[in-house]
Design a protein around this ligand. Structure first.
Ligand code: FUC
Length: 804
């Protein structure tokens, strides 16, 4: 290098360094649709920022003097392994049916509660684990405070300046290293001073110190209520837990302070929190949490922070980056998230829609990983000993909604925990099928917990609902449809679907009013109208289960005799009916009240997530769904609104779908007061039922995807239609999405402008026949595995055929 070249090199190096430093400071490179940020610490839990690795979750408050990192481990629940079935309940099954046929609902409720319910009446609850507490000695004159969550990397951070230095903290939950990692640094040497400790909310726990490790050991509290409504005790809590926090400092020193560790005059510090319980599986709680913690820490020993962070980012972004969404942005998009949320309904800020969309994916990646428990009502984040609805699994909508986004937004492997839970329920649910119904197969009602309770809980007027397991089976079928994994179909999905179908073969009864029809009952249309015979939703779900079981058996070439039986039964299941107001009937009897605004709109299951109602194939029923939705109105809890976003998208009405989305994108807490019974968002963009319930977040991501791509209909050959931009709202008239998936294992990039398709790229991952449909025009192609095809609007204009 000569002198001139050296000068040039130095200059280029200088300019690049300045750009990269200023980028760091001003966050110029940050994509506002990947960042939640605030200029104040969190004042309450729903303002704190969530991180998680599927097993461990944490909520970071970002305090300046006092920092709280509240954490969870997903297996810490009240109770112990337990069989909830009610021996001999089947003795009253026929009487329950007779009472309902005779119109004696009150008597049926009473008998149901006396003889047919789970033992005890309720299930157990998910628990908080503990808090990491930090106390900082903060120099004066704090300025430029910022806390943020980078959802593309899964890292939460806090930065502020003082007269002495710039201080920065990062927190993430590493999946590869199974730890919550906290890194602290100051821009000037020796300025970092803090005390760190652990505490728990459980009544029995102790904290101790072993060198540079703080140890928290305890035993789960009992369920918050001692006795159920029939004075039966809840199973005693038996799980023990342990967390260990290791502190590593650089440049300073550590000192013991009671059972905490004091870090003095350090430049940097890294803290690793590992945690575990004695839970092994729903039948076994003989795990050794101390040993597990020891192993987690041993694995971390000697690994530099940078390596752990890089591994975390690689692991996290590998999942997150599969889908990119750009709906445009403006200056408003760079404002703090809380301000964006407050003004969303007045502002042009489609970027906030992208942020909320990706946040749903972020939350699933953080709360559901292969080998973990499925995301519960709060995902993995809970700070209460007695959380709303026990933070368990409600199966009459909520648990399924949690996973609606998984396959379509390219997070297929994250369904593994749900699928494993269904496999467990197929075991516990077999006992319930036998004891409560006297039939073969397996059944699950409207809730489950970590002990895989499958019996009807709470109250007979809504707990006796036997189609929970059948609904969950849809997710196993989807997994096959999206991956085409035949071994999965053979070994996992089919046996579960077959036994779920077996249950309904034995359970369905002839309708006395119409002996050609088979109906479900005793059951209910979730949480609306009490115990009944023949709710529409059940029939839709059972038809769907039978159809999927038949197709799976055909693909696998097995069980011809059994398939013949379910084929005959399916043909006799009572059909969807249109009632006197033009509405889709919620029950076989036409008794819908057009004034009823109930949050559940269960009888539209066949529209979404089912596929038996569609404006193109069953226009009359689709119109009846539209009437029903207009009766129910746009109100509702968070998940109810989220479901309606999906319903309207399936009715191909993007503008109505967006209207619901806009209604949901409002602050749930205004001037410190929670809006009652109306869904909205908290400051940290958690969805509000209220209170916080994560299903709404996941349902939003699913609903937006349904606006852009749908693949649930098939042509006469059984190939899926890939409907492109089927319900594009005018408010999102331009944008770009890549990585979303359609059935048949296709991956899509779609770009649109002024409400029209601009460019489309399809990757065929399994080599299936491709059937693209856009605005009534169809392009069909035979594809090779891994073939990539591109299309423009002109291809649909000039080289397509009219849709069937
Ligand atoms: C169902 C819903 C409630 C709530 C609960 C967890 O029972 O009806 O609104 O979401 O689940």
């Amino acid at each position: 290098m000569n002198f001139k070249e050296s000068i040039q090199f130095v200059l280029v190096f200088f300019v690049l360094t300045v750009i990269s430093c200023s980028d760091n400071l001003s966050d110029r490179k940050l994509n506002p649709s990947h960042i939640l940020w605030y200029d104040k610490p969190a004042g309450r839990w729903t303002e704190a920022l969530p991180v998680g690795n599927g097993r461990l979750g944490a909520m970071v408050y970002g305090g300046i003097e006092e920092e709280i990192i509240q954490f969870n481990e997903e297996t810490l629940w009240t109770g112990q392994p337990h069989d909830y079935s009610n021996k001999g309940a089947h003795e009253v099954l026929s009487e329950l049916r007779q009472l309902l046929w005779a119109g004696k609902q009150n008597e049926a409720h009473k008998l149901g509660n006396e003889r047919f319910m789970s033992q005890p009446f309720g299930q157990l609850s998910y628990q908080p684990f503990g808090n990491i507490l930090l106390h900082f000695t903060v120099p004066d004159n704090i300025r430029n405070y910022k806390r943020q969550l980078d959802i593309g990397k899964g890292i939460s951070s806090v930065v502020y300046e003082t007269d002495a230095a710039i201080f920065k903290r990062e927190v993430f939950a590493s999946q590869p290293d199974q730890a919550i990692v906290l890194h602290l640094e100051s821009s000037r040497t020796g300025e970092l001073n803090f005390i760190i400790g652990l505490e728990s909310q459980h009544s029995i726990y102790e904290v101790s110190l072993q060198d540079d490790v703080i140890i928290l050991k305890g035993k789960a509290n009992n369920y918050a209520e001692e006795l159920d409504r029939q004075n039966k005790p809840y199973p005693e809590s038996k799980l023990s837990f342990e967390a260990r926090l290791k502190v590593i400092n650089e440049g300073g020193r550590l000192m013991k302070e009671n059972n905490s560790i004091k870090v003095i005059n350090a430049n940097e510090a890294t803290c690793y929190l590992v945690a575990s319980t004695s839970f092994v599986d729903y039948q076994n709680i003989n795990g050794n949490p101390a040993k597990r913690c020891e192993e987690y820490l041993k694995n971390l020993n000697g690994k530099p922070y940078k390596v752990i962070k890089d591994n975390h980012i690689n692991d996290f972004s590998n999942l997150f980056n599969r889908v990119k969404l750009d709906l445009g942005s403006s200056d408003i998009s760079n404002r703090p998230t809380n301000e964006r949320l407050i003004s969303f309904n007045q502002d042009e800020d489609p970027n906030l829609v992208s942020l909320l969309y990706q946040y749903g994916r972020y939350l699933l990646i953080s709360s559901s990983r292969p080998g973990t428990q499925p995301a519960n009502l709060q995902g993995i984040w809970n700070d209460q000993l007695s959380p709303p609805w026990d933070s368990k699994y409600t199966i009459n909508i909520n648990t399924e909604m949690n996973y609606w986004l998984a396959e379509i937004t390219n997070l297929s492997e994250l369904t593994e925990p749900l699928i494993r839970m269904v496999e467990d329920l197929a075991v516990t649910g077999e006992t319930v099928a036998r004891e409560h119904y006297g039939v073969n197969g397996w059944v699950t009602h409207h809730n489950t917990d970590i002990w895989r309770g499958a019996a009807p809980i709470n109250n007979s007027n809504h707990g006796i609902w036997p189609t929970g397991g059948a609904w969950l089976c849809q997710h196993l079928w989807w997994h096959y449809q999206f991956t085409n994994d035949i071994e999965f179909l053979r070994k996992t999905a089919y046996p579960v679907l077959k036994e779920a179908s077996s249950f309904f073969v034995g359970y369905l009864v002839t309708d006395p009013g119409n002996p050609d029809w088979l109906v479900s009952g005793p059951s209910n249309s979730p949480e609306n109208g009490g115990l009944v015979m023949a709710p529409t939703m059940d029939h839709q779900i059972i038809r769907n289960l039978f159809t999927n079981t038949m197709e799976a058996a055909e693909i696998l070439d097995v069980d011809t005799g059994f398939i013949k039986i379910i084929k005959e039964k399916r043909a006799r299941i009572a059909p969807n009916l249109i009632g006197k107001y033009g509405q889709l009937q919620e029950w076989l009897i036409d008794k819908d009240d057009p004034e009823n605004k109930h949050r559940h709109v269960s009888h539209l299951w066949g529209l979404h997530p089912g596929n038996e109602i569609h404006p193109l194939t069953t226009p009359g029923l689709a119109e009846a769904c539209r009437v029903t939705l207009s009766h129910r109105g746009n109100g509702g809890t968070g998940w109810s609104k989220a479901w309606k976003i999906n319903f309207w998208a399936r009715l191909l009405d993007g503008d109505n779908s967006f209207l619901l989305l806009r209604d949901l994108m409002v602050p749930s807490i205004t001037q410190g007061v929670e809006m009652r019974d109306e869904g909205g968002l908290y400051i940290n963009l958690f969805d509000a039922h209220p209170p916080f319930q994560i299903d709404g977040n996941f349902g939003v991501t699913s609903g937006i995807t349904e606006m852009l791509l749908q693949s649930h209909l098939r042509d006469a050959n059984g190939d899926y239609y890939q409907d492109i931009l089927p319900a594009l709202p005018s408010a999102l008239s331009g944008g770009k999405i890549s990585g979303i998936k359609g059935r048949g294992n296709f991956e899509f990039s779609i770009e649109w402008k002024d409400g029209e398709l601009l460019y489309l790229e399809v990757k065929s991952l399994a080599g299936n026949n491709l059937n693209l449909r856009y605005k009534g025009k169809v392009i069909s192609h035979k594809t090779e595995r891994d073939e990539k095809l591109t299309f423009t609007l002109d291809d649909f204009k000039y080289h397509s055929v009219g849709a069937e």
